[in-house]
Design a binder for this molecule. Structure first.
Ligand code: GLP
Length: 245
């Protein structure tokens, strides 16, 4: 389902409705909400916060499951995705910090990171899978940190960040040199395991990636094209991001 709204605010509101409907449908309590970082879902998280304030939603028993995490940032680093999600989701919607799951990227040792990736997959299984996964899209079509070339059936693993993604994310750090080179990310196969996917994209910088993902071939060169494979995907766009469709 592709929903095009006139502006980012209405895009966020429709995405929030899609998330709440997906969680309501889940027969499992507590429900499991997959969380993306980046600027795209911020408006959606604020809308969910408003729904809580209005008594239409309650995330106090919901588990949050992050898509990805940088490798090698010290625990508590403000740009580490655990801290980002604590600020942008837990504080905003009332999700309990001890119910927030983030891959453990604190080590730089390969074997420890592989173990952290396997433990993360197990944790998602133990929770019964993800009910609704919130997604943004990278300007190069990445999902989570699954860069172009990622296997379509991949699971959580260590990845090297592309030069473009490091440049795109340098704005959150003092400079490019401070941006980590590696990450842990849910794989495309992991993401496809969620019962519903809700992708938010706004602005003309995303128009090419959105068009390639939704109307191009299903290909590892455009990781977000795996959305075409999922039976319950809701894509929420503003007119600028939808311009290439
Ligand atoms: C990062 C995140 C992705 C996100 C992407 C787009 O690389 N790992 O999950 O979708 O950025 O970010 P933004 O929404 O800020 O454009």
């Amino acid at each position: 389902e592709i929903l095009v709204s006139p502006d980012p605010e209405q895009t966020a509101a429709r995405a929030a409705e899609a998330v709440l409907a997906g969680l309501d449908r889940s027969s499992r309590r507590p429900s499991v909400l997959g969380l993306a970082t980046g600027s795209s879902p911020l408006g959606l998280y604020r809308e969910l916060g408003r729904a809580v304030a209005a008594g239409r939603a309650d995330f106090s028993t919901t588990h949050g499951v992050a898509l990805d995490e940088y490798v090698g940032l010290p625990p508590g680093h403000p740009e580490g995705y655990r801290q980002v999600l604590l600020r942008e989701v837990c504080d905003v919607v009332g999700l309990a910090p001890d119910r927030l799951e983030v891959p453990d990227g604190s080590s730089t040792d390969g074997a420890a990171l592989e173990a952290a990736a396997a433990a993360y997959e197990q944790r998602i299984r133990d929770l019964g899978g993800v009910d609704v996964q919130v997604l943004g899209i990278g300007a190069n079509g990445h999902l989570g940190f699954n860069e172009p070339g990622s296997a379509l059936t991949s699971r959580t693993r260590v990845k090297r960040l592309s030069a473009r993604t490091r440049r795109d994310n340098a704005r959150f750090f003092r400079g490019l040199d401070d941006v980590p080179t590696h990450c842990l990310t849910q794989g495309l196969g992991t993401i496809l395991g969620a019962r519903r996917l809700v992708l938010v994209a706004t602005g003309d910088a995303k128009a090419d990636a959105v068009a390639a993902a939704l109307e191009g071939p299903l290909t590892a060169s455009v990781p977000a094209s795996v959305l075409q494979w999922h039976a319950d995907t809701v894509v929420c766009l503003d007119e600028a991001a939808a311009a290439g469709l």
